[in-house]
Write a protein that binds this ligand. Structure first.
Ligand SMILES: Nc1nc2c(ncn2[C@@H]2O[C@H](COP(=O)(O)OP(=O)(O)O)[C@@H](O)[C@H]2O)c(=O)[nH]1
Ligand SMILES: [Mg+2]
Length: 233
């Protein structure tokens, strides 16, 4: 199985070099695509330097900061133009552990989508303030109830997609701005009859660099979930 790890970046100069090395050091035959929105801190330049060392490292450069969903949309389309069988969404900030990648991808052997899940037994979150934990937990309970979905972690961003799921659901549907697209894509895959499984992961808050999460993103996402419910019924 040929797999691509898509890592969107905006100002991740301190994280991107060690992250790429950690993924490549797994020796699991993985390719990496960094989708950089012209980060002012020179993240793209660091990737270009690393490309001299790693032939399976790719860079997609975009003109300016245009949001996570758009970056993933471009990365997924890039993967489908090539012969990848599976694609993983992954943050650049080490919140998602490179060592979990083989287990996440392994789960695609008998599923179309493998959700890296903080909220199933064996999964956990460390390093978040209580209010950030509350927003994440609450957001998941809300989305699960409104959309009547059986998954515990709908908002997370560490997910492996089979090529089939990407082609049939993900690429045609990626339209939410903000973080709602994480919920939307899982919702659509479920409604399309695909098999989704949850794989426990340990999510760690970023140590370096800044989060791009904001209050607006949370409200926009909550509203989008209500719209999704309406379009599903
Ligand atoms: N290309 C691109 N990447 C982004 C953008 N916003 C966030 N990211 C990246 O998406 C990932 C998740 O963002 P992060 O700030 O860690 O959000 P949090 O984990 O929810 O706090 C990180 O790798 C960011 O660098 C964007 O507008 N464009
Ligand atoms: Mg993060």
């Amino acid at each position: 199985m040929k797999s691509l790890i898509v890592v969107p970046t905006y100002n991740e100069a301190e994280n991107i070099d060690p992250l790429v090395r950690a993924i490549m050091d797994l020796n699991a035959g993985l390719s990496v695509l960094v989708v950089d929105d012209n980060s002012p801190d020179g993240t793209g330049r660091i990737v270009k330097k690393l490309q001299l060392e790693y032939t399976d490292l790719h860079l997609l450069e975009r003109a300016g900061k245009n949001g996570l969903a758009a970056a993933y949309g471009a990365g997924f389309a890039w993967a489908l133009q090539r012969d990848f069988d599976a694609v993983v969404e992954m943050d650049a900030d080490f919140s998602h552990c490179p060592a979990d990648l083989p287990r996440l991808l392994g789960a695609l052997k008998d599923a179309d989508v493998a959700i890296g899940s903080r909220y199933v037994p064996g999964g956990k979150v460390t390093g978040w303030s209580w209010d950030r934990q509350f927003i994440s937990r609450g957001g998941n309970i809300y989305a699960q109830a409104v959309l009547r979905l059986p998954y515990k972690d709908l908002t997370g961003g560490f997910t492996a997609w089979s090529r089939l799921a990407l082609e049939q659901v993900v690429v045609p549907a990626i339209q939410s701005k903000g973080y709602a697209f994480q919920v939307e894509l899982k919702n659509r895959a479920h409604r399309a009859g695909m098999k989704l499984v949850e794989v426990p992961i340990h999510f760690k808050n970023r140590i370096v660099g800044e989060s791009k999460m904001s209050g607006n993103i949370v409200w926009e996402a909550a509203l989008r979930v209500l719209q999704m419910r309406q379009s599903a019924t």
